[in-house]
Design a binder for this molecule. Structure first.
Ligand code: CA
Length: 215
């Protein structure tokens, strides 16, 4: 996710990241950005500090308060160097001074993503199920449960967002890349297969008009 109110700069970063294959959500003010952060799962946040409505520092504080482990790359003007210290102390992971080269942004993004992947624990447990996000193996006790790649990715998406409503669009984003053509209504089919295959081990509720929630 990218939150930057300078539209030209924002478009530039957005375009460059998209070109190398990242999916990017772009917001131009802090309020909309924060709302999206609270309702959607992201791998990384690129954050400007001076933002309309809610500023960057406030966003970092809010995220860290709710124990968000999201890697944050702060981008800000050189004359706000004191904010660098503030940003890092508040919980940003890295800092880049404006103006910067796009190559530098990409390098920092890749480094942060690598670091966070290495730090993440790969095992998620849910009721009697254990899922390894690295090997994509789902087990119940000592038995491996056979799921298709898409079923697994959908299950993973619900698993990572336990107790939160996940829309069909969120699910589609999670299981596809930009070039895939995937109809959100097909999600229903996969959900019913998951319910069938996982039986009592899972509790996926349909929230009419909004999506699904796994408690
Ligand atoms: Ca700004």
């Amino acid at each position: 996710m990218l939150i930057e109110d300078n539209k030209i700069l924002a478009e530039g970063i957005y375009k460059n990241l998209k070109e190398i294959g990242y999916l990017v959500d772009l917001f131009n003010d802090g309020e909309l950005g924060l709302y999206a952060l609270e309702t959607t799962t992201y791998d990384l946040l690129i954050l400007d500090l001076g933002l309309p409505i809610i500023d960057g520092i406030e966003i970092i504080k809010k995220l860290r308060k709710s124990k968000h482990a999201l890697p944050i790359l702060v981008i800000s003007a050189r004359d706000k160097l004191d904010q660098k210290i503030l940003g890092l102390e508040t919980g940003a992971d890295d800092y880049l001074c404006k103006p910067f080269d796009m190559e530098e942004v990409i390098a920092r993004v890749q480094a942060l993503l690598r670091r966070s992947k290495n730090n993440l624990t790969h095992i998620i447990t849910y009721n009697d199920l254990t899922y390894n996000t690295k090997t994509f193996i789902l087990t119940k006790g000592n038995t491996v449960i056979e799921l298709s790649k898409r079923e697994l990715k959908i299950f993973e998406c619900l698993l990572q967002n336990q107790n939160a409503i996940v829309s069909k669009e969120n699910i589609v984003e999670h299981i596809t890349t930009m070039d895939d053509d995937f109809n959100p209504t097909a999600v229903e089919t996969y959900i019913s297969r998951l319910r069938k295959k996982l039986g009592l081990s899972i509790n996926i509720k349909t929230v009419r008009g909004l999506g699904y929630i796994m408690n």
